[in-house]
Write a protein that binds this ligand. Structure first.
Ligand code: ATP
Ligand code: MG
Length: 387
């Protein structure tokens, strides 16, 4: 029941409880001590004067009540005084408890006022005014600290909402573009009655290209949302993944006249095989896509310490300007919009790569390749001793 009360009332009830225990204890002690004192005073008043011996010492033994003596009966005045004292002490005790309770309620109300104000401000925060910050009270207490923490939290939420908004807008834009192309082509096609075989072929080729682009985009969007569904972990030989990837991408590399090289030891990492395949596939695919005619992509895998495996994907391609390097992991970010779009890219690949690497507690950095082009450097944890 105490837990369900507002803090102010809870503090008051607790203090009143404490006051009651202390006051009752004190009153009992006072009454007991007063009773003893009163008995002594009564005894002093009824006993004869102290006998003084020849040597001048007080003969205490003569003053001690003997066992055979009749008990001392307090006078009426003494009894009334005792009763008054008892009543008064109980009255004061009640007064202290009740007064203390009210005072506690009042003071705790004052002390909790900033919390009340904060509560009022927080109630006014909603999804539309997340960017507004709460005024921090000019104190150095926990409430000021709580307000600062709350402001930081709304800031993060606001950023997340804005990012989500940008993400949805970019996703809608990316989905709309191929659909608009298809619509235009079909509209133009419909305007004519008779079509040549070349016109049919051209239309089918546009449909094929745009649907494949849509499929790729939807696949990437699904990857981004379903990433957490696949939690299965295993020990994976990095070399085997790259051998598969190189075989899967060989036809694209051939079309672009780019050669793929693999130089790998037998390092083993711990992680999800499907997710790590996606990471390395995206990186090698980018190395081919953004390469030059006759270029190369080098994959170098080696264990750099007992716990870390280094994976470098170097290409001899067009490179990435220094000021763009920090943005390329953002969803839908493309250095050269028209060029990437021409190649069917939506700018989601590296964003997926970054999320997966973070999920595996690894790191990814991008630098210039020594001979021109780009180098992506991934470091993953090596949890198993490779042979
Ligand atoms: P998607 O991977 O979704 O098909 P994308 O390749 O355009 O599309 P990302 O892989 O996220 O998207 O890459 C983002 C941008 O970074 C690319 O558009 C490209 O401009 C640049 N980029 C990525 N890798 C390289 C690279 N190896 N060399 C040069 N530029 C690159
Ligand atoms: Mg890509």
């Amino acid at each position: 029941m105490l837990k369900k009360m507002p803090i102010r009332l809870r503090i008051t009830v607790m203090i009143v409880g404490l006051l009651t225990v202390c006051c009752v204890g004190l009153t009992l002690i006072l009454n007991l001590s007063a009773e003893t004192m009163a008995t002594r005073i009564d005894a002093t008043l009824t006993l004869p004067a102290k006998e003084i011996g020849e040597n001048g010492w007080v003969d205490e033994s003569s003053q001690l009540p003997s066992r055979n003596m009749t008990p001392i009966v307090p006078s009426d005045d003494s009894q009334t005084a005792r009763k008054d004292f008892r009543t008064d002490s109980i009255m004061y005790m009640l007064f202290v408890i009740v007064g203390g309770g009210f005072l506690t309620y009042y003071i705790s109300g004052k002390a909790l006022k900033p919390l009340d104000t904060l509560n009022g401000q927080v109630k006014n925060i909603n999804v539309h005014n997340l960017s507004e910050t709460l005024s921090v009270p000019p104190t150095m207490d926990e409430i000021a600290e709580l307000t600062v923490t709350f402001n930081e939290m709304t800031d993060k939420l606001n950023n997340a909402f804005m990012m989500q908004g940008r993400f949805s807008a970019s996703a809608a834009h990316e989905l709309r573009t191929p659909l608009a192309v298809l619509q235009t082509k079909v509209d133009v096609f419909k305007k004519k009655k008779d079509h040549t075989n070349e016109e049919y072929d051209a239309l089918i080729s546009v449909i094929e290209k745009q649907t494949s682009r849509l499929r790729g985009l939807i696949g990437n969007l699904l990857d981004m949302t379903n990433m957490n569904d696949n939690e299965e972990q295993s020990s994976i030989c990095v070399k085997i993944i790259f051998e598969d990837i190189i075989s899967d991408l060989s036809h694209i590399a051939k079309d672009k006249n780019v050669t793929l090289y693999l130089d790998s030891d037998n390092s083993v990492v711990n992680g999800n095989i499907d997710l790590l395949y996606r990471v390395f596939y995206n990186l090698v695919e980018n190395g081919i896509k953004y390469n030059v005619d006759g270029g190369r992509v080098d994959v170098i895998v080696n264990r750099i310490s007992k716990e870390q495996v280094s994976i470098k994907i170097k290409d001899t391609g067009i490179g990435i300007a220094e000021n763009n390097k920090k943005n390329i992991f953002e969803p839908f970010y493309r250095v050269d919009n028209s060029r990437s779009r021409q190649m069917g890219g939506a700018g989601l690949g590296l964003s997926i790569v970054d999320s997966i690497i973070k999920k595996h507690n690894g790191t990814i950095t991008v630098t210039d390749n020594e001979n021109g082009g780009t180098c992506f450097h991934v470091i993953l944890k090596n949890n198993y001793d490779s042979p």
